[in-house]
Design a protein around this ligand. Structure first.
Ligand SMILES: Cc1ncc(COP(=O)(O)O)c(C=O)c1O
Length: 370
């Protein structure tokens, strides 16, 4: 069989997950999986939300519209872009995707750009998707270090804030200033920040960037709503050419995205019981994240080259321990070398850990690795 080989490889995070599970099974001992990228403090309690879902409805059983359910897109507009949500048809700038990953892949496919800039510390899947789609990419150190004379409508810049893998949160005013400057050159900014709304609620940042030309928001309900299993995300842009191509690709890629998860997440965002469950999930999750980061700081485990005198926001942190060292102490973690393209050796003595886990459990394991 002749196949098109992409030369992309499996994410090392998958391999580390398997290694941790195998070691735990073979030894019968408990490991803590801080290698993962999901919130594990608590789950969102969907009991009341699910009671309001009518399984026998057309809405549940039949194809959703190509862009996604209209009421769900209106709910997203109200949640993310309250200043504009009353504008007739605003929700048509929003397209539902089965998660953030397909949203990013569609964006990479559709944009006719010659160079994609990823942050120096970046989620490895970005470059894998670019490799599969045969797009050239390079990296920027800091947003203000991008040479604005060298970027134009053939460039595209990814922003992930709070960042995966570092958990660093940039100042919003700085971020807005940089996004405004970059998009003014004609370059496109992909704002891929699925961890943000876990910490900011209500949040008016999306309103501030919504009207900029050349901004594309890719979002996910895997992180701040905690529902990665439902595979839901969206793409927002007001660019008409992009949106008409997206509409066509969505049809031939998905033939409409699954209806039930759209119904569930819409109800989480819009009903009083859904809101209560979401607030509870976010409150517990962010409290434990903050306590875990405080612990890392108190034990001087945070990497100064990355944080200076600041601390990460979450859900990740980079600590002064290697992946191997942490594994020996029954902690699953991902070496920082897996999140950089250059100077891998330099960064391999540090690791990314997910700090979105129960504080007691976190301390129980981390105290062995201090
Ligand atoms: C930075 C970033 N963007 C997007 C995603 C996509 O998440 P999903 O495909 O689960 O929506 C992730 C998941 O880990 C991520 O870390």
């Amino acid at each position: 069989m002749k196949v098109n080989i992409s030369n992309a490889t499996f994410s090392s995070i998958v391999g580390i997950g398997q290694k941790v599970k195998k070691a735990s099974k073979e030894s019968g001992e408990q490991y803590i999986e801080l290698n993962r990228g999901v919130n594990a403090v608590t789950e969102i309690d969907l009991t009341s939300v699910m009671k309001s879902i009518d399984f026998n409805s057309k809405e549940f059983q039949v194809y959703a519209p190509n862009l996604g359910s209209e009421s769900f897109r209106k709910a997203i507009a109200k949640e993310y872009f309250p200043a504009f949500s009353q504008q007739p048809g605003f929700e048509n700038n929003i397209a539902i995707t089965p998660g953030g990953m397909p949203a990013l892949d569609l964006v990479i496919q559709i944009l006719n750009v010659e160079n994609i800039y990823f942050p120096k510390f970046y989620w490895g899947s970005y470059s894998k998707m670019a490799t599969i789609r045969q797009k050239k990419f390079s990296f920027y150190e800091e947003l203000h270090e991008l040479d604005l004379h060298h970027i134009n409508d053939s460039s595209c810049v990814f922003i992930c804030d709070p960042n995966n893998p570092t958990g660093v949160k940039l100042d919003d005013d700085y971020l807005l200033e940089m996004i405004t400057k970059i998009t003014a050159t004609g370059a496109i900014v992909i704002f891929d920040s699925p961890y943000r709304k876990l910490f900011y609620e209500p949040d008016n940042f999306f309103d501030k960037i919504a009207q900029l030309d050349n901004i594309i928001v890719t979002e996910s309900f895997s992180k701040w709503v905690g529902l990665s299993g439902l595979r839901m995300g969206f793409i927002y842009t007001k660019n008409k050419d992009f949106n008409s191509e997206l509409n066509i690709r969505l049809l031939y890629e998905f033939n409409a995205v699954s209806s039930p998860p759209q119904m569930i997440i819409e109800r989480v965002m819009t009903t009083p019981v859904g809101r209560l469950a979401l607030d509870d999930f976010r409150k517990k999750t962010t409290e434990h994240i903050a306590a875990n980061i405080d612990y890392l700081k108190s034990k001087d485990l945070l990497v100064k080259e990355i944080y200076g005198d600041t601390v990460p926001m979450g859900i990740f942190a980079i600590i002064k321990r290697s992946e191997d060292f942490l594994f020996q102490h029954k902690i699953g973690a991902v070496g920082l070398d897996k999140f950089v393209y250059h100077d891998k050796d330099l960064w391999s003595s540090y690791a990314r850990i997910c700090v979105s886990v129960q504080h007691d459990l976190f301390v129980e394991f981390m105290s062995n690795a201090v």
